[in-house]
Unconditional design. Structure first.
Length: 215
């Protein structure tokens, strides 16, 4: 079973654009801050420019020995030599594994206990559960899971479990205490008006919260 870093930063291109941050420069700052896994989450058109930026991020991750995950798009993940994260309505995990091979890291989103039980039998390396708290990163989010349900769901799977959705520096400890192996974070990694140096410092702060030494 693959080991998952406890801090799982998500590079949401929409959130980055709203803060005036570029994909590659932010990825570089996060890696410099100690991030060892990154996910690219791009819900719009994968233009040539976006793909070139993603290819630069892939190169940065290879140089740093960090894992790169692409959200939703198995074709882009394969082109970049990256892992893949799929949701309930995306490519089935079995098909994703057939396309990407045994070595690729594949994650799967779940939103309740029933989905979590089903995910346990899928050929994935980790399972995400959320939103743990209310979130603004999705237009139509599923109902919040909450800490008590996260704690109950932890016992349903042996695979690494990632808490996602509305997780901040203030509530992350409760998510870990409830049994999450890692936390996926978007907005709280991007200070308002942030420059790349601020993002790097925020990653370092988050690594302290997650109890992560140099990896």
């Amino acid at each position: 079973m693959k080991t998952l870093p406890r801090l799982y930063p998500i590079l949401d291109t929409g959130a980055l654009e709203r803060r005036g941050l570029g994909l590659a420069e932010t990825a570089a700052a996060m890696i410099e801050g100690g991030a060892r896994i990154l996910q690219i989450r791009h819900k719009g058109l994968w233009s040539g420019r976006v793909f070139e930026d993603a290819r630069e991020v892939a190169a940065l991750c290879r140089q740093a020995g960090a894992t790169l995950i692409v959200n939703d798009r198995a074709d882009i993940a394969k082109l970049l030599g990256a892992g893949l994260h799929v949701g309930q309505d995306d490519l089935a995990p079995t098909d994703a594994r057939a396309l990407l091979g045994d070595e690729a890291v594949i994650g799967y989103s779940t939103h309740n206990a029933a989905q979590l039980r089903d995910a346990a039998a899928e050929p994935v390396d980790y399972i995400a559960l959320g939103p743990i708290f209310g979130t603004t990163s999705k237009q139509n989010p599923d109902p919040a899971v909450g800490i008590d349900e996260l704690r109950r769901c932890r016992a349903l799977v042996e695979k690494p479990l990632v808490g996602i959705g509305g997780i901040t520096r203030e509530n992350a400890r409760a998510v870990f205490d409830a049994g999450a192996d890692a936390v996926a974070v978007i907005a709280d990694l991007l200070p308002t008006g942030a420059a790349a140096a601020d993002v790097r410092q925020r990653i370092e702060e988050w690594r302290g919260i997650a109890g992560v030494s140099a990896q």
